[in-house]
Design a protein around this ligand. Structure first.
Ligand code: MG
Length: 289
């Protein structure tokens, strides 16, 4: 089947009759951080070097939504529908209030500046989980002794959950939030690890889930059946909950992130280098919102 590298018959379960990769926008610099805003039917995504967040919708096409952005990377929405953003050059996690004001949620850990927050997810209890690799800073600018995975509680407390990642990057919860998948994008590791989320919101029993090749894993999402969609050098690789590679949605440019959108959450939006793509699927995204 053109456009797919099918490794298991089970891969066909995610495909719909109209599953065809469509290019929605091009001529951008480096796209990342897609998030679907259901209230309004549009997608927001970052162009990191352009220092912009773009808005794309079926009705209106592409427009600049915010500029500058602190070189924003990952985006998500919290349970109140507010935009949560990882800002590379501003080295902080920010929130956009209902009135449009942008406030810092976290910029330091232990009195040292964060590296450059990369990707972020919000759990249903309102806690915010994000990764802090040093991609956005020069080596001599790093103040943190490690590249942590953090949890930010609603009261503002920041807790380091894992300290043995080289380049922690994309992350996503299983549909029931009992597991957290975290990519390590270093060229030496290029793998995805999975952890059990404990009742006190810490991580336990970490193990290797999958090794990504070609390329490295970056952004990831899950569908309601617990299949993992990881970006990779050749497209979006789809894994069974067991870790078996089911197949690959091939993308002409290496994707850095993806998210499910549209009212039925059956469209996968893919940010890939200079372009934005989408593909309709039978599978349905699990992430809330
Ligand atoms: Mg990333």
């Amino acid at each position: 089947m053109e456009g797919f590298d099918i490794r298991s018959e089970a891969f066909r379960e995610i495909l719909a009759p109209d599953s065809r990769l469509t290019k929605l926008a091009g001529d951008l610099q480096f796209t990342e951080g897609p998030v679907w805003v259901a209230e309004g039917d549009y997608l927001l995504f970052s162009d990191i070097p352009a220092n912009r967040i773009y808005r794309w919708s079926k009705a209106d096409g592409l427009s600049v939504w915010r500029e500058p952005t602190g070189n924003s990377n990952g985006n998500t929405l919290d349970r109140q529908g507010r935009l949560i953003t990882c800002e590379h050059s501003a080295r902080r996690l920010s929130r956009t209030e209902q009135d449009g004001a942008v406030i810092a949620l976290a910029s330091q850990f232990g009195w040292r500046r964060l590296n450059s927050p990369n990707d972020v997810v919000v759990k249903s209890d309102g806690t915010i989980w994000f990764t802090d690799p040093p991609y956005g800073i020069k080596p001599e600018m790093q103040e943190q002794p490690r590249q942590y995975v953090f949890r930010l509680d609603p009261n503002g407390t920041l807790t380091a959950l894992a300290d043995d990642f080289d380049k922690p990057n994309g992350l996503c919860f299983s549909p029931d939030e009992s597991l957290l998948y975290i990519a390590d994008s270093s060229r030496e590791r290029h793998h995805v690890r999975v952890f059990r989320v404990t009742p006190t919101n810490t991580l336990a029993d970490g193990r290797l889930f999958a090794t990504i090749e070609p390329g490295v894993p970056d952004g990831m999402r899950m569908d309601t059946a617990g299949r993992l969609y990881s970006t990779a050098g050749d497209g979006v690789q789809v894994f069974a909950p067991s870790g078996e590679l089911l197949g690959i949605i091939q993308v002409p440019q290496a994707p850095a992130n993806c998210t499910f959108g549209d009212a039925d959450k059956r469209t996968l939006y893919i940010t890939a280098k200079t372009s934005l793509y989408s593909i309709r699927l039978a599978a349905q995204g699990a992430q809330q919102p």
